[in-house]
Write a protein of this length. Structure first.
Length: 344
């Protein structure tokens, strides 16, 4: 028997799918619009939590109802649970598209998975309320511990003007590359900053193949004239029926100067490493993934004809041992291990 979800008799007003910009952030309309939460307010839990959820900006989305996405002071992004985004997967897809737009425009964001999706609504026409438990919900309701309230002391600060500028640039890129899937870039970046090398490479390579195919169809095949060398190479690969292969397309893009020699060399190394991962289970080296990330903006610029895109300014790497203290002593650990041996 097919299951039918029961319909509640209680009406739902302004329901929303929600995600939070990561890391914890405050969104300022201008430099003077901060809440000015002090250390005493944090320690005494005396700040006005309702202010955290108040709407500070809107950004346009593809909604037949003309409804915009909303952004709150504490970095929540909300899209309406309307006919345009009726399911959970629809909400997640749109929220990831928005966050990928911000990433392309130069603002650090991380991927949204289904387990982190928040459900809420627009409350009193001024703020976002979430039913889903999270650190943001606890801080808004003044239910958090002192250690959790430390997020309010030194949050990342973003300005509405910068968010709109980044979003606009990212949307132009996404809308202009018809076969590009925002999720994979966002997922790759998130995996990369958390040192999940295998996921980072797999997702980055999906993006690379999408951009390669776009350049192949929209630029290479539409070239008005080919050099004799390019013509010979194309004919040679065509006779061998190899032009459908990604490596062949990238080689021809290099010879036609659509991509640079440096970019092509990096892509060739990444392709080999990715094949080693898929076929042999060899975990990729971080330096190789870093190199692939570094050439990715040039592919987006080639596809979109937009130069100096914001993602160029995002640094997704650094010291891989950032959580390990310089001074350590494991004498107590060793002593306890010996005692546990005696117990066993």
């Amino acid at each position: 028997m097919k299951y039918e979800q029961p319909t509640s008799s209680v009406p739902s007003y302004n329901p929303a799918w929600m995600a939070y910009i990561s890391p914890y952030s405050f969104i300022y309309r201008n430099k003077n619009s901060g809440l000015g939460i002090s250390l005493d307010d944090i320690n005494n839990n005396s700040y006005d939590g309702n202010k955290l959820g108040e709407i500070v900006a809107k950004i346009p989305i593809d909604s037949s109802m003309g409804i915009s996405a909303l952004i709150s002071y504490d970095g929540a992004i909300a899209v309406p649970q309307c006919d345009d985004f009726p399911t959970k997967s629809d909400g997640i897809e749109k929220l990831n598209e928005i966050q990928c737009s911000l990433l392309l425009g130069g603002i650090h964001t991380e991927v949204l998975h289904s387990n982190a999706l928040s459900i809420g609504f627009l409350q009193d026409k001024v703020r976002l309320f979430s039913y889903t438990p999270s650190i943001h919900t606890q801080l808004r309701l003044n239910w958090s511990s002192v250690s959790e309230r430390k997020n309010l002391l030194n949050p990342r600060v973003l300005f509405v003007e910068d968010i709109k500028k980044a979003f606009c640039q990212g949307q132009k890129i996404i809308k202009g590359i018809y076969n590009f899937s925002p999720f994979f870039l966002l997922n790759a970046y998130t995996a990369l900053i958390h040192r999940n090398n295998s996921d980072a490479l797999n997702n980055l390579w999906i993006v690379v193949e999408q951009l390669t195919d776009f350049l192949w169809k929209e630029q290479y095949l539409k070239m008005n004239a080919w050099s004799p060398r390019l013509q010979r190479c194309h004919s040679h690969l065509s006779q061998k029926r190899q032009l459908k292969n990604i490596w062949a397309k990238q080689q021809m893009l290099r010879l036609s100067k659509i991509i640079t020699k440096k970019c092509h060399k990096t892509l060739s190394t990444a392709r080999t490493t990715r094949n080693d991962l898929v076929h042999d289970g060899t975990v990729p080296d971080f330096c190789m993934i870093k190199a692939l990330w570094d050439v990715l903006p040039s592919l987006f610029e080639a596809c979109s004809s937009i130069h100096n895109i914001g993602i160029n300014n995002i640094c997704c790497y650094g010291d891989g041992n950032w959580d390990i203290p310089k001074k350590t002593n494991f004498d107590d650990w060793s002593e306890l291990s010996i005692k546990l041996n005696d117990v066993e």
